[in-house]
Design a protein around this ligand. Structure first.
Ligand code: C5P
Length: 408
């Protein structure tokens, strides 16, 4: 969440049970290096105390437009001028209605109206009962505030405090953090359709056994997340890994290399960028037994014959779409030595403009990594950093290459 470091947010709480989640949100924002000024409506103070929010944010909470602490008595002006964004979480149905009408008879709606609209964005995390959410008046108000320039972060679906189940829950604090990070990320890949492979493949020997590898999928998932934050529509074709799907990313789970190839081939028809991070098994058992191969007690072990798997990256790179420049292909190489030499050779063999090399044992399962970007003209190192940070740098690098290739 480096992108939020140094940002100053006004966090507005309106009345709703979801106020308890905002306490956690303040902690996450502080951890990400952002400073937070909490402003609460009278209704919000029924759900959580200003004392809690002050302790977590390290700043006295504001609740009244008549607050005498401000020398000029203009809290609505002062608070909104110094913010990088105003986030209302939770945004109640009533507060939404106030925003839609431009009402300003209490501090929070007053500062929303008084903020410099071009410079200080307004983000809303609505929270309400599902009937209130679905009501035409609420939907009308949402459309109105969006037209007026607010970014509506959406709602979660599930059990509600009232006992009903449906849409209208406030997003979880971690989801709001992800949306904030995406909001502040430059949209370098706006309009791009990015297709990514990640994780290992699983090649069945019989219904209960198979051959796989130690790829965790972390690098591919980080790239999917960074690409989505940069404004791309992202499809992630993933082998079996235990990682949550990044918010806003379409995930297609696959197991074998052949299934991955089939899925990637059809998805590549509409993609503009293909990034192959998957650790695809080089070989698979020549045949997969229909039933579990049994130990018969004789001490004899089964003999496995192997055949080579299709090369997904090479096959996509050779497609008409890639050859005509409509699809930009990026490969990865996990090596254990002579990284530059192997990566350069692999780039030529796969027929891709950019190949990203890394040292296998240094990356598998780790949260950080170091990358070597190899193209026709030379190479560039991305020094050791977290995988999400490297993913952001790689996304920026690919965006620059695309601009150059397209002559923009
Ligand atoms: O040949 P090698 O496995 O080292 O190549 C690595 C690169 O090629 C990675 O980008 C990987 O995702 C891709 N690959 C593939 N299909 C294979 C083997 C590798 O797409 N069968």
């Amino acid at each position: 969440m480096q992108i939020l470091a140094g940002k100053h947010l006004v966090l507005g709480l309106s009345g709703g049970i979801a106020c308890y989640k905002s306490a956690e949100l303040v902690r996450l924002l502080a951890k990400a290096g952002a400073s937070v000024q909490v402003v609460m409506t009278e209704a919000a103070e029924q759900f959580i105390t200003p004392v809690t929010m002050q302790a977590l944010s390290g700043r006295a909470v504001y609740g009244s437009q008549w607050d005498a602490r401000e020398a000029n008595n203009m809290a609505h002006i002062n608070l909104s001028r110094e913010a990088d964004a105003v986030l209302i979480a939770p945004c109640s149905a009533d507060f939404l209605a106030r925003l839609a009408q431009g009402r300003c008879d209490e501090l929070l709606s007053l500062l929303c109206l008084a903020r410099p609209i071009e410079r200080v964005p307004l983000l809303l995390a609505p929270a309400m009962n599902r009937e209130m959410w679905a009501h035409p008046a609420t939907q009308r108000n949402l459309a109105q505030v969006a037209r007026d320039g607010a970014a509506v972060l959406g709602v979660g679906c599930g059990e509600q405090a009232c006992g009903e189940t449906g849409d209208g829950r406030m997003l979880e604090p971690a989801e709001i953090m992800e949306e904030l990070a995406a909001f502040f990320t430059p949209k370098l890949l706006a309009g791009e359709q990015v297709l990514i492979t990640a994780g290992p493949t699983f090649e069945a020997i019989d219904p209960v056994r198979g051959i796989t590898n130690l790829s965790s999928g972390k690098m591919g998932f980080a790239i999917a997340r960074a690409a989505r934050q940069a404004g791309a529509e992202v499809t992630l074709v993933s082998g079996p890994v235990h990682l949550p799907t990044p918010r806003g990313v379409r995930r297609i789970p696959v197991d074998s290399a052949r299934k991955m190839l089939e899925t990637v081939t059809s998805q590549a028809q509409k993609a503009s960028i293909f990034i192959a991070t998957a650790a695809v098994a080089d070989w698979r058992p020549a045949s997969s037994a229909e039933h579990k191969i049994k130990k018969d007690g004789s001490g004899q072990v089964p003999t496995l014959a192997f055949v080579e798997n299709p090369d997904i990256l090479a096959s996509v790179a050779a497609s008409a779409r890639a050859q005509s420049g409509q699809l930009y292909c990026v490969g990865f190489a996990a090596e254990s030595e002579n990284l530059l030499e192997h990566a350069a050779a692999k780039r030529a063999r796969k027929g891709v403009p950019l190949l990203v090399g890394n040292i296998g044992p240094d990356t598998f399962g780790q949260d950080d990594n170091a990358l070597l970007l190899v193209d026709a003209g030379g190479h560039r190192e991305l020094p050791r950093a977290s995988k999400i940070e490297l993913a952001r740098q790689l996304v920026a690098d690919i965006a620059a290459r695309l601009r150059h290739t397209r002559g923009a």
